[in-house]
Structures are given as structure tokens and as C-alpha cells.
Design a protein around this ligand. Structure first.
Ligand code: NCD
Length: 649
């Protein structure tokens, strides 16, 4: 009897695209075997336990049917409320015990992140059958499998997801998967039920999706063919995920053919995930055949994870475009395929990339709790502590911590340094320090000043600010940089720009534009995050990849302080390939170094004292007419220097 490998499927992200494709191939085989009534015994001798702490029909019965069809057997606690959980047994203990009785555990739970906990404590593999409002990855496999069957491909499809996008866990897994397959996503939230920020932030940082919102009435006008909605990716790979607050006109980019919708994914109101006072169903989406009558929607299929309540008209059921019962039916072959995929991988250690961000180890007594009241860590606190990593950020103006279990992100307002017992309101100039404090395990975070002071921390004081460059001076210095580069670099066609996140990346794109306007050559341009290793390199110019081999790379940053950042950037760069040459361009050279690194191109020399801090602000976009540009450079000093932790940046 094969031993199942410890491959947990807690998030849809636990499966690579290859894994998903393999599961679909297997599902095809099992669908054929089922229709031919061919008996199978692949899982003979294996036992699956289903632990459902929440009601279920489809997910549980199709998992159980899948295991039986494969010749395996199933044990189940009919109602977890009737099990030891009712006596107060922890989830960790339950899964440890059950894994002595079964080879595979399928768990559904009302708390966000519960499946992650089960996976950590169970020695056998764990499949997440829905944890709170977080994810439901196996439902997504069924959804994608059927959608792919109907449309032949996933890349480039445009899928409108409607209803309760805040608490619908099937929605979250589906969005992550569609983004990975390169689909366009139109989010059509019911009023007040938008895709949560933590999901959007993750899509922006990890998949380069940009957002804006359409309301249901706007979608109706689209469906009515009154207004043209161009769902145009702003850059290859940068698909549009449309959410609230942006008028349709702003989305329209013109020139391209309007895109038809390929699918509607309708979801029910998740009353049970809301506070008792908010469970009354509000005015809610009602989807009927009318929405499928326009030229842009007539090819769309209608999907639903089921169960439906009132959001989907029964009259649709006989329409061949309604495929929700096929999604439900796919539950058996797809879940058989998932079990078979486990069996195929028996004996193969799972290789998974290390998370980009390190785990933050807080000192005893200083770990914050997760801000999400539905996070499993808030309910199983006897043995479980919240764990955080820095959330990958699009920029560094805010510091976000992401809970390892529920993935909710919390914004950090105040940071402290445990050894010097000083606290500081976070600003982007502190990012480098915070990274260092994480490495040396001295980061403390506070909600507010009161909490910091009650914990015995005193404020870092900041001296007066002095503006040393305004927008015009920055423009002049950037122009000077571009001119130096054009004069010095003989073959601009062999040059690529690499901006250090975050200000250096903005600067690199500006330099690219200046070089293009003066020479007609637009060098390839990418951003490099020195805190995330070789994966932290992302093209900024819309191209698929950024070549390093044999190129002349100009590393661009806003300020050269100690030289440490430049050194780290170079080390990262070399891991990606061997450039012909590396040059360094900085807007501001402060004139002192800890390591011997010299900039080749300098916008302006501003000699400063070591304890002074230089903060550069550069707007990502041109300031609109009548608006003041935000570009400026200020110098200030810390009255209390950060000398205990050395100098970052
Ligand atoms: C979904 C779930 O439980 O999240 N149901 C399912 O598994 N098909 C959707 C829902 O309950 O609305």
C-alpha cells in the first residue's frame, strides 16, 4: 500500500500550474472511467477522513464518492459539533489523533487559516475543503476544469465574478488562480461586498494586476450594450481587475476592440460569515437570462459554486450556457484526480520555493495578535500564536504585516527597536532599518503612541526638516543624469536600466523616457527589490523578461548612503546572469561611504552628516494640471540617532 506524500493543498497557490494541468489530465481519465463504469482500485487500502466543522453537501459527498470510486475507504465524523470539538478539543489535537486513523484528511472549518493549522499538525496530507472566508482550492479546481472544457483555454478569458466577494472563499481561490492563468477578472461586488484588500494587495504585489471597480448597474449597461467597456490590460501580464471608484471612462483606453465576457461566476450572500446583526440578506444580485442577451455576453457561460439561494434564476437551468451543475458533477473526477496526483507523487519530496519574506520573530511578550477576529489564531490561542511576515509591497510608504494563517494584512503605524527601547512612526525612510531589526530580532510594533509608551518605549525625535530640492531641481538633476549616461555609454542599444525599489524604480523609468526622447532608444527597464533575492526583479516596461547576460546594466537609485544597497543589488544581479558591465546612477550622492562604491553618474552632490537622513519623494505619475508635483527631497536628523542598529540603506 502506497504511503501518501505530505502534499497539503491549503491554498490554490500550493499547486503549480503544472500540477493543476496534471490534475485535469487525470480528471479526464477518471471521467471516462466513470462513464464506462470501469472499476478502479488505485486507492485500495487507503483511508480518507473528512472533518467538516461546517455544513456541506457537494464538497464532502464528492470527496467521499471520489475516494470510494478509487477503491479506498472513508471515515467521517458526521457532525464535528457531535465530536470532541464540542468538548473543547483543539484542532491540532483532533488532526493529530485522526491522522493515526487515516492516510488523508479533508477539513472544512469556519475559521480563516484553520486548514493551515491542520496541515501543520497532521503528519498526513491535508486538503482544505473551505476555511472561513479564506480559500476553497478544490472548488476552484472544479470551476477551472469545467471552464477550460467549455472555452478551450483560460489565458485571456474575461470572467465577471458577481455577488459576495468579501466572504466568498471560492471567489478568493478562483481569483488567485485566474490571475495565474492570465485571465481578465471583472469583479462585480454587491454593494459593500468588494474583494478584500488583502486579496487585492496580494494580486497587485505578486501578479501585477491593477484594479478599478464597476458597479452592478454599470455592468448592466455593459450587458445592455450601451457603453463600451474595454477590458484592456495596461501592460502585457498586467491584467485589469475592475473594482469600485473608477468611472468606466477612466478604464477605457481606446483603440481596441471591446472584449466580450466569457463567463459570469455568481455567488450567494454569505450570511453565516457576518456578525449576527448583519445577516439579513440585503438587496442582492439577481442573475437571469436577460444578462445573456447582448452581443458581448451571449457567449458567456454562467457558473456558481452552489448552493444557490435567490441570486440565480431557475429559468437559466435549461440554458446550455448554465454550467453550474457540471461544476458540481466535476467534483468527483476532479477530486479523484487530486487523490491520484498525491499517489503519483509518493516518495517525491515536495520542492517549494522559500517564502520571499523572512518570518518575523518577535521577542517574548511583544508578538502582536492577528487583527482578523475570525483568524484561527484568535480561537486556538492556547497553543497557537500569530505568525507574521512582511507583506510584499508595491511600494514602501506603508509597512504591512501578513498573518501566516489567515493572510490578512495589518498596517503597522508605529515601529520600535527592542534594544534601544525607542519607537517611531513608520515612514518609508525606515524600511531599511525595519528589515535590519527583523534580522536581528529586535522589531516591535505598536498600534499607537499610548501602547508604545505604556510598554516603556520613548520616542525617537526627529529634527526639523529642510527641503533641499524641489520638483524643478529634481527634473534638472534627472536631466543631467540622462545627459551623462548618453555621453558616456557608446552603445545605448546594449544598455538596460535597473531601478532599486522603490524610488530608484521610478527614477529609472524617468531616465528611460528622457533617453528615449533624446535618442529614440528606449532601454529595457526593470525594478529590483534588494530585500527579496533574485526573484525580486520585475520588468517595468511591459516586457516579459529582463536580460542581464552581456548587457550593460545601469543600476539606478535615488540616494547613495553607505553603498550597502548598491552592493546588495549587484550581488542579486549577478545571480541572474553575467552583465558586460555595471554602472551606478544616483540622483543624490551624500558623499560618504561605508564601502568603496562610487556612482558613475550623479544628479546632484549633497554633502550631509551621517546622522542626517535624506528622504526623496517622487510621484509615480506626472502631476495632473493644477496639481502640485509631490517631487521633493528633504533632509532631517534624528535627535536620537539610530546608532544602536547601525545605518541601513
Ligand atoms: C461553497 C462553500 O462552501 O464555500 N460551496 C461549495 O463548496 N460548493 C460556496 C458557498 O457555500 O456559498
Amino acid at each position: 500500500m502506497a504511503e501518501l506524500p505530505k502534499y497539503d493543498v491549503v491554498s490554490i497557490e500550493d499547486l503549480s500550474l503544472d500540477d493543476i494541468e496534471r490534475v485535469f489530465t487525470l480528471a479526464d481519465e477518471f471521467a471516462a472511467a466513470l462513464s464506462e463504469k470501469r472499476p478502479l482500485n488505485l486507492a485500495s487500502g487507503l483511508i480518507m477522513a473528512t472533518l467538516f466543522y461546517e455544513p456541506s453537501t457537494r464538497t464532502r459527498l464528492s470527496f467521499e464518492s471520489a475516494m470510494h470510486r478509487l477503491g479506498g475507504s472513508v471515515i467521517s465524523s458526521a457532525e464535528m459539533a457531535a465530536s470532541s470539538a464540542a468538548k473543547g478539543e483543539s484542532l491540532a489535537d483532533t488532526v493529530r489523533v485522526v491522522s493515526a486513523y487515516a492516510d488523508l484528511i479533508v477539513v472544512r472549518h469556519p475559521y480563516d487559516g484553520a486548514a493551515r493549522v491542520a496541515a501543520e499538525y497532521a503528519p498526513c496530507p491535508v486538503f482544505n475543503a473551505g476555511d472561513g472566508s479564506r480559500e476553497h482550492p478544490t472548488q476552484t479546481l472544479c470551476d477551472l476544469y469545467v471552464l477550460l472544457k467549455k472555452k478551450g483555454h483560460l489565458k485571456g478569458l474575461t470572467v465577471a465574478i458577481c455577488g459576495d466577494l468579501t466572504f466568498g472563499r471560492t471567489v478568493h481561490s478562483l481569483i488567485y488562480a485566474l490571475a495565474r492563468f492570465g485571465a481578465n477578472i471583472v469583479a462585480v461586488p454587491n454593494r459593500g461586498m468588494a474583494v478584500p484588500d488583502y486579496v487585492l494587495a496580494r494580486l497587485a504585489a505578486e501578479r501585477g494586476y491593477s484594479f478599478s471597480t464597476v458597479t452592478m448597474s454599470e455592468l448592466k449597461s455593459l450587458a445592455g450594450g450601451l457603453d463600451a467597456l474595454y477590458l484592456t490590460p495596461s501592460a502585457p501580464h498586467q491584467m485589469a481587475l475592475f473594482t469600485a471608484d473608477m468611472p468606466l471612462d477612466a478604464i477605457r483606453t481606446g483603440g481596441e476592440a471591446p472584449v466580450a465576457l466569457d463567463a459570469f461566476y455568481v455567488t450567494r450572500f454569505q450570511h453565516e460569515r457576518r456578525a449576527p446583526g448583519e445577516r439579513e440578506r440585503p438587496e442582492y444580485v439577481h442573475f437571469d437570462a436577460g444578462a445573456l442577451k447582448t452581443s458581448r455576453t451571449q457567449e458567456a457561460v454562467v457558473m456558481h459554486p452552489l448552493p444557490r439561494t435567490d441570486e440565480l434564476a431557475y429559468e437559466l437551468d435549461s440554458d446550455p450556457r448554465a454550467i453550474y451543475f457540471e461544476q458540481a458533477a466535476a467534483g468527483v473526477p476532479v477530486r479523484m484526480a487530486l487523490i491520484a496526483w498525491l499517489l503519483e507523487n509518493a516518495g517525491k519530496p515536495r520542492t517549494r520555493p522559500e517564502p520571499e519574506q523572512p518570518l518575523i520573530r518577535f521577542r517574548v511578550g511583544t508578538a502582536p495578535r492577528c487583527a482578523n477576529a475570525n483568524c484561527i489564531t484568535r480561537h486556538e490561542g492556547r497553543y497557537l500564536h500569530a505568525r507574521f511576515r512582511l507583506a510584499p509591497a508595491v511600494n514602501r510608504t506603508v509597512l504591512m504585516l501578513r498573518c501566516e494563517f489567515c493572510e490578512r494584512e495589518v498596517k503597522v503605524e508605529y515601529v520600535g527597536h527592542a534594544r534601544s527601547r525607542r519607537y517611531y512612526r513608520f515612514d518609508e525612510g525606515l524600511y531599511g532599518y525595519v528589515r535590519q531589526w527583523i534580522d536581528e530580532q529586535s522589531l516591535v510594533i505598536f498600534d499607537d503612541v499610548k501602547q508604545a509608551e505604556e510598554s516603556g518605549y520613548g520616542p525617537y525625535r526627529r529634527g526639523p526638516q529642510r527641503e533641499v530640492m524641489n520638483a524643478d531641481e529634481i527634473a534638472r538633476a534627472t536631466g543631467a543624469l540622462a545627459a551623462q549616461m548618453i555621453a558616456d555609454l557608446p552603445d545605448l542599444a546594449a544598455v538596460s536600466l535597473l531601478g532599486v525599489v522603490s524610488r530608484g524604480a521610478v527614477l529609472a523609468m524617468r531616465l528611460r523616457e528622457l533617453i528615449r526622447s533624446q535618442t529614440g532608444i528606449a532601454p529595457p527597464c526593470a525594478a529590483l527589490d534588494v530585500h527579496t533575492g533574485p526573484e525580486g526583479l520585475h520588468p517595468l516596461d511591459g516586457s516579459e523578461s529582463f536580460e542581464v547576460e552581456d548587457r550593460t546594466i545601469v543600476l539606478v537609485d535615488d540616494v547613495i548612503n553607505s553603498g550597502w544597497t548598491v552592493q546588495r543589488a549587484m550581488a542579486t544581479l549577478w545571480k541572474r546572469g553575467r552583465p558586460a558591465a555595471v554602472k551606478v546612477a544616483v540622483l543624490i550622492d551624500r558623499g560618504h561611504r561605508a564601502i568603496p562604491i562610487r556612482a558613475n553618474y550623479v544628479g546632484k552632490n549633497i554633502p550631509t552628516a551621517r546622522a542626517e537622513r535624506v528622504m526623496v519623494r517622487l510621484g509615480e505619475h506626472e502631476a495632473a494640471a493644477g496639481q502640485k508635483p509631490i517631487d521633493r527631497v528633504v533632509i532631517y536628523s534624528l535627535v536620537e540617532t539610530l546608532k544602536q542598529s547601525g545605518e541601513a540603506g
